[in-house]
Design a protein around this ligand. Structure first.
Ligand code: 5AD
Ligand code: SF4
Length: 473
């Protein structure tokens, strides 16, 4: 249509049109300001970087100052009720900005957008746009609708979308470590979890695009990549001709080959899927970090069955034994545990505590159960553990974890660790901080070293949260 119109234009008209195009290109370079805030998991933070990239081609540059934004996007999490409450509070606060700046547009992205869909517009009147995790390519069109004064919604879930070809714009980056999303969605129907409904079916991203993204990051000075997926062990890709196949162990190995100075991490592993092949790939590659995040969720086989985790206590403990056999006691292991799932008894809770005692995890993410509408647990089970019992059990789990974290950190004292410097410590610019292979944060006097460098640090003291030491030259 436009081409036809152009053909019939006079020379003057054509010049005028070209000028308009030039000014439009200037706009494309970024005269409008996008402020984006992310909640929840690392996948969400990675997605926000994809969104920033999509919108850059549409004329938006990012700002970290919300007061100068023309467009505010909140990338939301739906995993627990308190995650959603946080977003609601934030939207209320942003509404105040909207009063001062009537042209300000506000959009919600991510899992809460997907869960609530158009209900969001009814509930939260100040929202202009609701966009689910698979619809980010449509943002430019949706924004156009919003500019025309309409509310815009796209919450279609896709079976193919992986945003493979989009080069993320790194936000809040330390220039040393970056996340790379390797797959999307989840096919495990854990009964407590809303993710299969908010992020759709599992699909794996083309490994070539992953390898080239990691290579590009390395060339730009990054020294650590974390490969992200809801369940990385079920990463599976083949080309259309079915002549080339990749599983997670192969992908890990290929990314590790990019450069020995590039550290490779990954998250999250599922106990039912993590294979010996993956463990041997970790062992074989010096630069693949010896650290596995292996959510347990519970130590009771009865509860695990109700959670539909498809493994039991014994299976989980056998996986732990296998990790220790292949990678040694030095491999860092962390967990997710939910306290007070439906019907959980004191005995089930004791099973969780004793599982923790067996493993002595380095670290853990601990929650009390929060019923999510529409999940199998919400439909079929009764959320019958009283809140004060959930909280008491959670506190016992947290206390136990603190003891274990301290124990594991004490094991690291007196040893030399290879650390990738990520920047200054939180407390002082005289100290630097970085992680060792097992993902433990170590703080040490900076001397003449800078972020992005590897140093050997002799650890001489610790708390449950941090290790302290000195660089050994
Ligand atoms: N309630 C509490 N915690 C949950 N998680 C997932 N769904 C729920 C829920 N409904 C936890 C699990 C998961 C982590 C990301 O969040 O432990 O591994
Ligand atoms: Fe991430 Fe899960 Fe929250 Fe979605 S619900 S943002 S996948 S943590």
């Amino acid at each position: 249509m436009i081409v036809e119109n152009e053909k019939s234009l006079s020379v003057e008209e054509k010049e005028a049109l070209d000028e308009a195009k030039i000014s439009r290109n200037e706009f494309v370079k970024g005269t409008k300001k996008l402020y984006i805030e992310s909640y929840g998991c690392q996948m969400n933070f990675a997605d926000s970087e994809v969104v920033a990239s999509i919108l850059r081609t549409n004329g938006y540059s990012t700002t970290s100052d919300v007061s100068e934004a023309d467009l505010v996007l909140i990338n939301t999490c739906a995993i627990r009720d308190n995650a959603e409450q946080k977003v609601r509070n934030r939207l209320n606060a942003l509404n105040a900005n909207k009063k001062q700046k009537p042209d300000l547009k506000i959009g919600v992205l991510g899992c809460m957008a997907e869960r609530l869909k158009t209900k969001f517009l009814e509930e939260e009147k100040m929202v202009d746009m609701v966009v689910g995790p698979d619809a980010y390519r449509d943002l430019p069109n949706l924004l156009e609708e919003v500019e025309e004064g309409h509310k815009a919604v796209n919450v279609f879930l896709s079976r193919e979308e992986t945003y493979a070809d989009i080069a993320p714009i790194r936000l809040d980056s330390n220039g040393v470590s970056a996340f790379i999303s390797i797959m999307r969605g989840c096919d495990n129907m854990c009964s407590f979890c809303v993710v299969p409904y908010t992020r759709g079916r599992e699909r794996s991203r083309d490994p070539h695009s992953i390898i080239s993204e990691a290579t590009d990051l390395f060339e730009k000075g990054y020294r650590e990549v974390t490969l992200l997926g809801q369940n990385v062990d079920s990463y599976k890709w083949e080309n259309e001709e079915k002549t080339e196949r990749f599983n997670f162990a192969q992908l890990l190995t290929e990314v590790a080959k990019i450069n020995p100075e590039l550290r490779v991490r990954f998250s999250t592993s599922h106990p039912k899927d993590i294979t010996d092949e993956v463990l041997y790939a970790i062992k074989a590659n010096e630069n693949v970090c010896k650290y596995i995040h292996l959510p347990a969720q519970s130590g009771s086989s009865r509860i695990l069955e109700l959670m539909n985790r498809t493994y039991d206590r014994e299976w989980y403990l056998q996986k732990i034994d296998r990790i220790r056999e292949i990678l040694g006691d030095d491999c860092g292991i962390s967990h997710d545990i939910i306290a007070g799932f439906c019907t959980e008894t004191e005995e089930d809770h004791q099973d969780t505590l004793s599982l923790m005692d067996y493993v002595r995890f380095d670290y853990g993410y601990m929650f009390f159960y929060s019923e999510r509408p529409g999940t199998p647990a919400a439909k079929k089970l009764v959320d019958d553990v009283p809140e004060e019992i959930k909280k008491r059990r959670l506190n016992e789990i947290i206390e136990k974890q603190q003891g274990h974290s301290l124990y594991r950190n004490q094991q690291a004292v007196g040893k030399v660790h290879r650390v990738l410097i990520e920047g200054f410590s939180k407390r002082s610019e005289d100290d630097l901080a970085g992680r060792n292979d097992q993902n433990k944060m170590i703080v040490f006097p900076k001397k003449h070293y800078k972020k992005g460098q590897y140093v050997n640090v002799l650890v001489n003291s610790c708390t449950a949260a941090t290790l302290k030491g000195e660089i050994v030259e």
